[in-house]
Design a binder for this molecule. Structure first.
Ligand code: ADP
Length: 396
């Protein structure tokens, strides 16, 4: 059984075709610059050369048509015909309170998805466009929606209600939703498997540190709290996002800098975080390099980032009454030896002991704590596509 996993952004589309009998990737690719000049698809079938398809792509439907053609292409394709795709799994960013798990997509679900657009105006519309394009091109293939927010629907209201007038929650659904749920779920499950423990007996803190970053407290296999909130802007300092700050800064800066709502939104989402502090880059490789070369603001950006990670780990230890495993994932978590070292330094008194030698790995599963460390520290590369494919297989 082959599942096609689709992740649509506003100008990009990532895909993977996965053989679920062996959970093996048959082909994958990325379409970029959709709707603007220079659009192209990088397509790679496992065991074959990568091909680049450069053509004008005005919308997601055009892209999907090209992707499907690439998948069945006799030369660089992975399958003989589209009949070999049993189902399609779509990543959907926001499921609001409507979706606590993945769902098979029908007209009722499409209506509910459209109602969630208000909560994620930047992310949900391209997700919906992807689903609609797929429905047109593959009308008889079952589709499943997998939500970034779903895993966090187990949070107790004491962790998701903001200290604002309660009517704002009732009227507009203003509450913490949390994101990266598919990743936190996958990584926490893998952690239990690697430690050969029942997930129900574990308190796990998962640190998804990528360009967007969030931390999750997982108890009994369920999300009890997470650092992202009503939108993916809350929590950690990120590549370009501010994360937590005094909300009074917003009206203050708007007045001083004469910014519109759109401009201040852009400042907080696109010009802040480690880019804003360092003035160097949003990419941690550049910032680490600049810091090593003596750039003080780059060093400060790393310190701010790391301190926030530490603070959330501390808070979640308190919320869960302890922790059995701390797990690092995503671009920075999987690859940055230095950031893992900085986050774990000084925590030995809490029985969190990183092994400097074991920690010298990138991008593969490993336990990187000392044998004597009561709290286990792990690196677990995330695999959101596989998680989406598994849910899709189950529901389709
Ligand atoms: P997203 O999916 O949110 O775009 P990723 O999970 O791909 O983000 O993570 C991107 C981040 O990972 C970038 O900041 C990049 O610098 C960082 N990263 C990747 N490789 C390394 C590395 N070897 N050392 C430090 N940071 C790295």
């Amino acid at each position: 059984m082959n599942i096609l996993v689709i992740n649509c952004g506003s100008s990009s589309l990532k895909y993977q075709l996965i053989d679920m009998n062996e959970e093996k990737v048959l082909a994958k690719g990325l379409a970029e610059r959709i709707g603007i000049e220079g659009s192209r698809i990088k397509h790679k079938t496992t065991g074959k050369e990568e091909v680049i398809i450069e053509k004008p792509m005005s919308n997601h439907k055009v892209v999907l048509e090209l992707v499907l053609n690439a998948l069945v292409d006799p030369e660089h394709g992975a399958i003989k015909s589209m009949d070999e795709i049993s189902a399609v799994g779509h990543r959907v960013v926001h499921g609001g309170e409507k979706f606590a798990s993945s769902v098979k997509i029908d007209d009722k679900v499409m209506k509910a998805l459209n109602e969630c657009v208000e909560l994620a105006p930047l992310h949900n519309p391209p997700n919906i466009m992807g689903i609609e394009a797929c429905k047109e091109l593959m009308p008889n293939t079952p589709m499943v929606g997998v939500f970034d927010t779903a895993f966090h629907q187990t949070m107790p209201n004491s962790n998701y209600i903001y200290p604002l007038p309660y009517e704002l929650y009732e009227k507009y659904g203003i509450r913490k939703y949390g994101f990266h749920g598919t990743s936190h779920k996958y990584v926490s499950k893998r952690t239990a498997e690697i430690l050969k423990k029942d997930i129900k007996d574990l308190k796990i803190i998962t640190c998804h540190l990528g360009n967007g970053a969030s931390i999750c407290a997982v108890q009994n296999g369920q999300s009890v709290d997470t650092s992202m909130g009503f939108t993916p802007l809350e929590g950690l300092a990120m590549g370009t996002r501010s994360g937590d700050m005094d909300p009074a800064i917003i009206p203050f800066v708007m007045e001083k800098e004469k910014l519109s709502l759109e401009e201040v939104n852009n400042l907080l989402n696109k010009k802040s975080g480690v880019l804003g502090i360092s003035g160097v880059s949003s990419d941690f490789r550049d910032i680490e390099e600049a810091a090593q070369n003596g750039n003080k603001r780059a060093k400060l950006a790393l310190d701010v980032f790391v301190n926030r990670v530490k603070k959330y780990i501390g808070a979640y230890m308190m919320l869960m009454g302890g922790v059995d495993a701390i797990v690092f994932t995503a671009g920075i978590g999987e690859n940055s030896v230095e950031i893992r070292e900085m986050v774990c330094s000084g925590l030995e008194g809490l029985n969190i002991e990183l092994d400097a030698e074991k920690n010298k790995i990138r991008g593969k599963e490993a336990i990187v704590s000392k044998d004597s460390s009561k709290v286990k520290i792990l690196v677990v590369p995330t695999n959101e596509e596989l998680m989406i494919a598994r849910d899709t297989k189950e529901l389709a």
